[in-house]
Design a protein around this ligand. Structure first.
Ligand code: ATP
Ligand code: MG
Length: 131
C-alpha cells in the first residue's frame, strides 16, 4: 500500500481521541467500549472505529467536519476531524459517520490501496525485482 503512514496515523488517532472523549462524557450503564476493526478488500482498506459513548444529534452529525466546529467548549479546537477528512481525501479515500444520541458512533474510513498519484504526496514504494 502506498500511503503517507504518519498522516494516516494522525487521522485515525483523531477519530480514536474523539471516541475516548465520547465515552468519558457521561456515566454509562455499560462499560465504555471502543473498537477498531480493519478489513482489506480487493482495492481498498477499511478502518472502522466504533464507540458506545454519548453519540451525536443531527446538527453535530451535519457539522462535525467543519473547521473549528466543536461541542467541547474550551477543551476542543474543532480541528481534529477537519484535518482527518482532508488527509483521508488527499489519499483518495472517504469517511462516513453513523451516530445517534445515546447510541454511540461509528466512523468508517475507506482508502484505496493505490492512492491517486497526483494528490497522494507519498513516496512510491521501490519496485520489487522480478527474477
Ligand atoms: N465519537 C464521537 N462521539 C460523539 N461526538 C463526536 C465524536 N467524534 C466527534 N464528535 C463531535 O464532533 C465534534 C468535532 O470533532 P473534532 O475532532 O473536529 O473537534 P474536537 O474533538 O471538539 O476538538 P479537537 O479535535 O481539536 O480536540 C466534537 O466536538 C463532537 O461534538
Ligand atoms: Mg477531536
Amino acid at each position: 500500500m502506498t500511503v503517507d503512514a504518519d498522516y494516516l496515523q494522525a487521522a485515525l488517532i483523531n477519530i480514536l481521541d474523539n471516541a475516548v472523549d465520547a465515552c468519558l462524557k457521561e456515566p454509562h450503564d455499560q462499560p465504555p467500549r471502543i473498537e477498531l476493526t480493519t478489513a482489506v478488500q480487493a482495492d481498498t482498506v477499511m478502518f472502522k472505529v466504533s464507540d458506545n459513548g454519548v453519540g451525536m444529534d443531527h446538527e453535530t452529525r451535519d457539522r462535525l467536519f467543519t473547521l473549528f466546529y466543536s461541542t467541547k467548549e474550551r477543551k476542543g479546537t474543532g480541528l481534529g476531524l477537519f484535518i482527518t477528512k482532508r488527509i483521508v481525501e488527499q489519499h483518495g479515500g472517504s469517511i462516513t459517520v453513523e451516530s445517534a444520541p445515546g447510541k454511540g458512533s461509528v466512523f468508517t474510513v475507506t482508502l484505496p490501496k493505490v492512492p491517486p498519484a497526483a494528490t497522494a504526496g507519498a513516496t512510491p514504494e521501490p519496485e520489487t525485482p522480478k527474477d
